[in-house]
Write a protein that binds this ligand. Structure first.
Ligand SMILES: NC(=O)c1ccc[n+]([C@@H]2O[C@H](COP(=O)([O-])OP(=O)(O)OC[C@H]3O[C@@H](n4cnc5c(N)ncnc54)[C@H](OP(=O)(O)O)[C@@H]3O)[C@@H](O)[C@H]2O)c1
Length: 237
């Protein structure tokens, strides 16, 4: 099967980078599976895709629930082969360390770190069985550079960076590629609206990040970009 016709699963596809990626992958002819918690937003994605005569298969899935992730993988695998998982679902808090409630701490770690570990845990047996697969993790430039008011977020992204670096060595022999993308500021609903308003011209767009994800996925030879940092041309905010 041509790579272009395989399935791609994008988590957190109801908004921002994930939604832009869902559209960009759909344009390649891939079958796109998109999950997130807000079903209405996923329906809106399909309404927008319909205007281009495209569509995505959407699933409600809270990645912080391992049971939910397991069920979603079963549903996706029943429909088609999948050879790419994009771990994109993520949240942050923009708060000093001690200002985060325990709930906020749990939510960030459970979504960004455990959520991605769960999706990998359940998709990996399928990638091994089919002898190929690509896992793209959307990390953050915060995994390499220190930004205040992002301690829990940074812990979640650095945790996933460490996990993925070990995983990559374990799965090379199965023809499974582990790719970490570390974006800088991107104009999405993750940012408070005043920052989006004042600094949007200093940020990348979700569409720009999405185009990189498609390019990375479509590389077919004996080359894998294992880690890519991308930033706005003028640098960090
Ligand atoms: N924007 C930036 O500047 C930037 C920079 C570096 C990295 N990133 C990373 O890029 C990724 C996408 O963020 P974004 O900027 O596009 O923000 P966004 O527009 O807020 O999108 C976040 C997505 O994650 C989903 N999500 C959140 N919690 C979830 C959960 N428990 N289960 C399933 N889905 C969940 C949301 O959908 P639902 O609410 O519908 O579930 C939404 O689709 C994140 O991992 C973020 O850390 C962003």
């Amino acid at each position: 099967m041509s790579k272009k016709l395989s399935g791609v699963w994008i988590t957190g596809g109801s908004s921002g980078i994930g939604k832009a990626a869902a559209k960009e992958f759909a344009r390649t002819g891939s079958q796109v599976f998109v999950s997130a918690r807000r079903v209405r937003e996923l329906e809106k994605l399909n309404e927008e895709l319909e205007k281009e005569k495209l569509s995505a298969v959407v699933f409600p899935c809270n990645v912080a629930s391992s049971v939910n992730v397991d069920q979603t993988v079963k549903k996706i695998i029943a429909l088609n082969t999948v050879d790419c998982l994009i771990n994109n679902a993520g949240i942050t808090s923009f708060k000093a360390a001690e200002d985060n409630s325990v709930q906020e701490i749990n939510d960030i770690i459970n979504t960004n770190l455990l959520g991605s570990i769960y999706t990998i845990r359940y998709i990996l047996p399928h990638f091994k069985k089919q002898g190929k697969g690509t896992i793209i993790n959307i990390l953050s430039s915060a995994a390499k550079k220190i930004f205040t008011n992002s301690s829990v977020y940074t812990a979640s992204k650095l945790g996933l960076l460490g996990y993925s670096n070990v995983l990559r060595e374990e799965v090379r022999k199965y023809n499974i590629r582990i790719i970490n993308i570390l974006p800088g500021a991107t104009e999405t609903p993750m940012w408070p609206s005043d920052v989006r308003k004042s600094s949007s011209d200093r940020m990348m767009t979700g569409e720009e990040v999405a185009r990189l994800l498609v390019w990375v996925y479509l590389q077919e030879g004996n080359m894998v970009p294992e880690e890519i940092t991308i930033k706005p041309v003028e640098g960090d905010l």
